[in-house]
Design a protein around this ligand. Structure first.
Ligand SMILES: NC(=O)c1ccc[n+]([C@@H]2O[C@H](COP(=O)([O-])OP(=O)(O)OC[C@H]3O[C@@H](n4cnc5c(N)ncnc54)[C@H](OP(=O)(O)O)[C@@H]3O)[C@@H](O)[C@H]2O)c1
Length: 323
């Protein structure tokens, strides 16, 4: 396993993290989830990503039970707020009231005293940025969180948050959590330069395009049972963003390239994300221990320059949106 500083900050996290969207506390049973966490830690992963909204608190509750067996100093726990948690007018967004209350609710579900990294799941255009910065700083001063970050924020807003926090004498965001993979490269144009300029680390989600980049979906073949693609309750983002013959054919070619390097397609896809200097870590979501064992291999994979160039050509930023 490799470890990198989160942007310019002192926190060191593994280049592969464990995620929990649709998996832990939802579609993955508790024993398998516990086994995944153990496999993650045994493999050197030192950080876990979740959100209050994942199964409406279910992911945090499941993780809280599992993580009780581990020393709190040994892992970094990241969670998020913003998404609706109820029907009330203050049950969503990034107001001081909602962020304060959800921070305490997350701590209760996680059975923890503090959150290492508290992330704003999306921007909230209805709340002044200074209100969100202030509550994040207050939570840090109260010992409830150590760092705060953002997710899927545009470059200009990240810049504004860093500038405003500095002017207010508050802690700035240390991280951004964007969607990033060979099939989704929008952040390369503006978000990554803004992050590099401000020392903000990127911990990227959906590095496998919901599983399409593993090569398990083959062009012209039926969708394998028991996969995200086969489940209509889980596959809408995947179908809308990544599915299509052209992409499946590109991945089939990529799978051969991976094989030539002694890697799996998933390892090559994740290791490619880590080539970008703005990326600190890729978040791995898994439904089986064997998938995590596979994905852990991405941390130590080396991609020769000619292969990186070929992948860049095959999945150019312009083509990334063309399924
Ligand atoms: N900030 C945000 O808005 C946001 C949004 C989404 C996710 N996230 C975070 O990022 C994490 C990862 O996102 P994601 O789940 O979309 O990531 P992903 O890596 O693109 O897709 C993960 C899914 O692919 C399949 N898979 C993973 N490894 C595999 C392997 N080696 N071989 C075959 N299949 C494999 C599994 O699904 P099946 O087995 O079901 O096919 C798994 O659940 C989440 O858990 C969450 O923590 C954040």
């Amino acid at each position: 396993m490799q470890y990198r500083q989160l942007g310019k900050w002192g926190l060191r996290i593994s280049t592969v993290g464990l995620g929990s969207y649709l998996t832990i506390g939802m579609h993955v049973d508790d024993d398998t989830a516990a086994e995944c966490v153990k496999t993650a830690f045994d493999g050197g992963i030192n950080w876990i990503d979740t959100a209050n909204a994942y199964n409406k608190g279910g992911a945090e509750i499941a993780l809280g039970k599992i993580l009780k067996d581990y020393d709190r100093d040994d892992y970094v726990l990241a969670t998020k707020a913003w998404a609706p948690m109820g029907d009330g007018p203050n049950d969503r967004g990034l107001s001081a009231k909602h962020v304060f209350e959800q921070c305490h609710a997350s701590l209760a579900r996680l059975q923890m005293d503090y959150i290492d990294l508290y992330q704003c799941h999306r921007p909230d255009p209805d709340t002044p940025l200074e209100e969100t910065i202030r509550i994040m700083d207050d939570l840090a001063r109260a010992g409830k969180i150590l760092y705060w970050g953002v997710s899927e924020w545009p470059a200009a807003l990240i810049q504004e948050a860093c500038d405003l926090a500095r002017a207010m004498g508050c802690r700035p965001p240390v991280s951004n959590q964007p969607r990033y993979s060979l099939m989704y490269r929008d952040n390369e144009a503006e978000v990554y330069p803004a992050c590099l300029h401000n020392g903000v680390g990127n911990v990227v989600f959906s590095p496998l395009a919901h599983g399409v980049l593993t090569g398990k979906y083959e062009p012209g073949q039926p969708v394998p049972a028991g996969t995200r693609a086969a489940d209509d309750t889980q596959n809408s983002i995947m179908m809308n963003m990544y599915w299509g013959d052209k992409n499946l054919q590109r991945v089939a070619q990529m799978k051969e390239m991976a094989g030539d390097l002694g890697l799996t397609c998933a390892q090559l896809a994740m290791a490619w994300c880590l080539l970008h200097p703005a990326v600190t870590s890729v978040i791995s979501g898994v439904t089986r221990v064997s998938q995590l064992e596979d994905n852990l291999g991405a941390a130590d994979a080396t991609i020769p320059a000619d292969v990186a160039e070929k992948l860049d050509e095959m999945f150019s930023a312009e083509q990334a949106w063309t399924p």
